[in-house]
Design a protein around this ligand. Structure first.
Ligand code: ADP
Ligand code: MG
Length: 236
């Protein structure tokens, strides 16, 4: 389903939070590489999906009411075979029922386990004065503790995208040091510029959070995605 149809459907259902799978479909539609998964509604479904992707796989809870999946036991990594998938599926259902009672659950997403890369994050939020702004930073502890991030106003120019990547203090981690290969900065710029164009032409989108994106020597991959929509205008 194309982005605009997806957004329309969510609005008609009265939702402002797109699920990870929907958010990743939006990315996929824009040409941003992502670990697109498949929704499973039973443990056997999940094993079947895992077998089509190949092991190892990741399971994640799919719920329009859960924003931080790890917090409720809704992410299981490194699943190596069918038995591990079955067990993780049941454990996740129980954990979510305990930690997020009442949350609507669409099912559990099965997705390929990505090769680790340098973790970066890209976000979009709307500033009261400047309108949509994009944020770029290093993921994990660097962003949470050190707030090492750079902002630019949408629409971004090509130099904006280059500069904001170079602006963060952690840039040396991306530039490669002591024998580690540099990250593909062009792939990161491409993500920033693509999102900028998308946001500029899609005012219904209120927030985007790609956390994390794995930056590789060649390419970059969004392994988590969240798109939040503006409240739909009240219909007459
Ligand atoms: P949350 O909603 O808790 O942010 P994430 O989807 O970001 O959930 O998953 C939590 C963590 O698990 C990520 O930060 C990443 O380190 C790891 N992870 C998630 N999906 C994958 C994947 N497909 N491949 C490898 N690691 C993953
Ligand atoms: Mg995340």
């Amino acid at each position: 389903m194309a982005s605009h149809a997806l957004i329309e459907r969510a609005r008609q259902q009265g939702r402002t939070l797109l699920t990870e799978l929907e958010s990743k479909q939006v990315l996929h539609d824009l040409g941003i590489p992502t670990t697109l998964g498949q929704l499973a509604t039973s443990a056997e479904d999940a094993v079947h999906a895992a077998e089509t992707f190949g092991y190892p796989v990741v399971l994640k809870i799919a719920s329009p009411d859960i924003i931080h999946k790890s917090d409720v036991g809704g992410v299981q990594l490194h699943l190596q075979d069918g038995e591990a998938v079955r067990q993780a599926f049941r454990a996740m259902q129980q954990s979510v029922a305990t930690h997020a009672p009442g949350a609507r659950v669409d099912g559990i997403i099965v997705q390929p386990m990505a090769t680790p890369g340098v973790e970066v994050i890209v976000g979009m939020s709307k500033d009261a004065t400047f309108g949509p702004v994009l944020m770029f930073g290093l993921g994990g502890i660097l962003v949470e503790v050190l707030k090492d991030v750079a902002f630019r106003i949408v629409p971004l120019s090509q130099p904006d995208a280059t500069e904001m990547i170079h602006d963060i203090k952690g840039f040396p981690l991306l530039a490669g040091q002591r024998g580690t290969a540099p990250a593909d900065l062009e792939a990161l710029q491409h993500i920033l510029l693509t999102l900028s164009a998308f946001v500029a032409s899609t005012p219904e989108v209120k927030e985007i959070d790609l956390n994390p994106i794995y930056a590789y020597p060649q390419g970059a991959l969004a392994v988590d995605a969240r798109v939040v929509l503006e409240e739909a205008p009240a219909s007459a």
